[in-house]
Design a protein around this ligand. Structure first.
Ligand SMILES: NC(=O)c1ccc[n+]([C@@H]2O[C@H](COP(=O)([O-])OP(=O)(O)OC[C@H]3O[C@@H](n4cnc5c(N)ncnc54)[C@H](OP(=O)(O)O)[C@@H]3O)[C@@H](O)[C@H]2O)c1
Length: 353
């Protein structure tokens, strides 16, 4: 039996995780948390709002599934990594903001860090057991979101409802907007850099509209290994929660004879500048990735509230990255400070004085 704590139980990932847990007698849900939606009776310990670390201390889980959205997930990520408690990580924002601290904690404690993001679960599986010198590069795929193929001018007046209509994945609102701007792929690029220890020039992003190939690894001998599957988050969730057994699921197998075609394109970095901005923030290092994430969270929330046009999301992130000092953070407190400073700059940039 694995005793599991599920943070973000009412979200898109959280609800799909509950299906995986229900179908798997080896997984025992001992604690669950949400921000505001009721979850009474879901687990022996439940918590709505409040301090996630306190819940984890009481629950003493074997594995934490962090499916909270945003920087708010960071203390729980660090809690698991510092204690050597296995972490199934959907909350990419925490790894982007605190990559160095998180990986240092994981190296000290030796706990497992299993990505739930489908591209990173796929990358993990393609890279597992491979000597680093045999790897030429990693390719992350992006669906391109609802605005793939559009020109910048055509995005000036898009409403939140249009940006929320994702062609292949059904997800929470924040990540859906991030997919429409390609910030999601930017966050994933930084996440992959930390998870797999690859320099940015060895990580490529390609647009693949059907989201069947989740990642691909090129090896030094000219071979390439890809991970394929229908876009269904229950697969990577199940993989992370039952690793290394890889429990059976009742999900459909890939039907190749149904006319599946695989199409790939270079991303349009001019129309979707947030991908290039993420690469630049990642390469600069320090707290630039933290600032990228913070400014993006602020701008996405304002876009969803109708306070900001779609194209301004990237402008605010760029402006914020130009204004922060980006100095490295040695502690969680330093990071919280860097996050708050970036949020304040981002807010000021579109709020009249
Ligand atoms: N959805 C996907 O397919 C997908 C795929 C890959 C990665 N991810 C990543 O997984 C994470 C979750 O995404 P999602 O789409 O599932 O988001 P979502 O549907 O918006 O759900 C977010 C969940 O987090 C909870 N939450 C937010 N802040 C919290 C806090 N401070 N304390 C406790 N709970 C909190 C929410 O509770 P309430 O319901 O009470 O607000 C909700 O349960 C994100 O980092 C996202 O990037 C998602």
């Amino acid at each position: 039996m694995r005793r599991l704590a599920l943070l973000g139980a009412t979200g898109s990932i959280g609800r799909q995780a509950l299906e995986v847990i229900d179908a798997n007698p080896e997984l025992e849900l001992v604690a669950a948390a949400s921000r505001s939606q009721p979850i009474d009776g879901l687990a022996p310990l439940t918590q709505v709002g409040g301090d996630l670390v306190e819940l984890l201390e009481r629950a003493e889980p074997d594995v934490v599934l962090n499916a909270v959205v945003g920087f708010a997930g960071l203390p729980a990520t660090l809690w698991a990594l510092e204690r050597g408690v296995d972490l199934a990580l959907a909350n990419k924002e925490s790894l982007v903001a605190a990559g160095e601290l998180a990986l240092a904690a994981q190296r000290r404690s030796g706990g497992l860090l299993l990505p739930v993001d489908s591209e990173h679960s796929a990358s993990f599986q393609c890279l597992e057991g491979r000597a680093p010198e045999t790897v030429d590069s990693l390719v992350l795929t992006a669906s391109g979101g609802p605005f793939r193929g559009r020109m910048r001018e055509e995005l000036r007046d898009v409403a939140p409802e249009e940006a929320l209509a994702h062609p292949t994945w059904s997800m929470g609102p924040k990540i859906t907007i991030d997919s429409a701007t390609l910030a999601n792929k930017g966050l994933e690029l930084i996440e992959a850099h930390f998870l797999f220890g690859l320099p940015y020039e060895q990580i490529e992003v390609v647009v693949h509209p059907s989201s069947i190939v989740h990642a691909l690894v090129r090896l030094r001998d000219g071979a390439a290994l890809a991970h394929l599957g229908y876009p269904d988050m229950r697969v990577p969730i199940s993989f992370a929660l039952t690793y290394p057994e890889r429990a059976a699921t009742s999900l459909p197998q890939l039907d190749l004879a149904s006319g599946l075609t695989l199409e790939f394109h270079a991303p349009d970095l001019e129309t979707f500048p947030l991908l290039a901005l993420a690469r630049r923030a990642g390469e600069r290092g320090g707290t630039y990735p933290c600032a990228y994430n913070a400014a993006n969270e602020v701008a996405v929330a304002a876009f969803l509230d109708g306070r900001l046009p779609f194209l301004a999301i990237a402008e605010i992130v760029e402006e914020t990255l130009g204004a922060v000092d980006g100095a490295s953070a040695g502690t969680l407190d330093d990071l919280v400070e860097a996050d708050a400073a970036a949020r304040a700059i981002a807010e000021r940039s579109f709020t009249p004085a």
